[in-house]
Design a protein around this ligand. Structure first.
Ligand code: SAM
Length: 289
């Protein structure tokens, strides 16, 4: 039986061809087959680097059926390199399904790192980089988009989004309405001639967008919500929703003893345990120990 092949996930440039790595060129040259999202687009890249490996298309609309046949080829010993239009396969691009099916079949998957718009936008955005979340494109369908935005409202990490120029204005409007005005970096045309990193606010970005029609590819890097402000607003919500006694009862009914419930209530309401205790005493719902 032939030895099992390997699946290489090969990152390609997001604009500047100089970002192609030596390793990416070698892996693409040595592979038996290249699975490309857009064969017509990738041929230009392959020609530029003198790569003559045969190509087959692997995209959003054939990803399941095609992944099955690619897995069979790898099981028969072929080495396959997956590339997308630009950047890193699997990041808002096909790749995920093929990787899952390859691993299930016992095939080795190997990343060949390189450009990725999200990471390069983040590092040049001037927004905090230690903790971040990547949401890719906001869903086009309203119900799904609202659900994502509801989660993003409470997100304290830096938020990274992809967006197309013709939807930028609408997206900024939605972000302003749901997240409020806050710092945003618009990272445009990364690694290309008209590369631009603009750190501004959502409201200012929206008015700029209304004045000049956006062009090119964008990554939006948005400041996360202030953690202390989030905790304070949660405490406020609890305070306005429940009386102290109701709040205590909620914890006690969940299995906490009186002392544990007091500690939890104190934390939620931004009080000390002693303050909770004396308020309960005043209201007559607790007796002196
Ligand atoms: N797999 C790619 C990657 O690793 O970045 C992302 C593919 S996704 C289909 C395409 C989106 O990525 C674009 O709509 C844009 O939001 C972002 N993007 C890709 N290239 C970019 C660039 N040079 N500058 C800014 N954003 C870019």
């Amino acid at each position: 039986m032939a030895e099992c092949g390997t699946l290489y996930l090969v990152a390609t440039p997001i604009g500047n061809l100089e970002d192609m790595t030596f390793r990416a060129i070698r892996v693409l040259k040595e592979a038996d087959l290249i699975a490309a999202e857009d064969t017509r687009g990738s041929i230009k890249l392959l020609n530029h680097f003198d790569i003559h490996t045969p190509m087959t298309s692997y995209h959003e609309y054939n990803k399941v059926a095609k992944a099955k046949s690619l897995v069979e080829k790898m099981l028969a010993g072929q080495t396959i390199a997956c590339v997308t239009d630009a950047g890193t396969p699997g990041i808002s691009d096909p790749g995920e399904v093929l990787v899952q099916m390859a691993l299930e079949a016992g095939i080795r998957t190997v990343p060949v790192p390189g450009a990725c718009a999200a990471v390069n936008a983040l590092i040049s955005s001037g927004q905090p980089t230690r903790r971040f979340c990547f949401e890719a494109f906001l869903p086009p369908e309203k119900k799904e988009r609202d659900a994502v935005l509801e989660e993003l409202k409470e997100e304290t990490r830096t938020i990274v989004l992809y967006e197309a120029p013709h939807r930028l204005e609408r997206t900024l409007q939605i972000l302003l309405e749901t997240l409020g005005d806050r710092s945003i970096s618009l990272c445009r045309e990364l690694t290309k001639k008209h590369e631009e990193i603009r750190k501004t606010t959502i409201a200012a970005a929206l008015s700029a967008c209304r004045e000049t029609e956006p062009r090119g590819e964008y990554v939006l890097v948005i400041e996360g919500r202030d953690r202390r402000e989030l905790i304070a607003s949660r405490q406020e919500a609890v305070r306005s929703e429940l009386t102290l006694e109701e709040h205590m009862r909620r914890y006690e009914e969940s299995g906490m003893d009186r002392k544990e419930a007091m500690k939890a209530v104190a934390k939620d309401r931004g009080l000390t345990k002693r303050e909770v205790y004396s308020l309960l005493l005043q209201s007559g719902s607790d007796s002196e120990e």
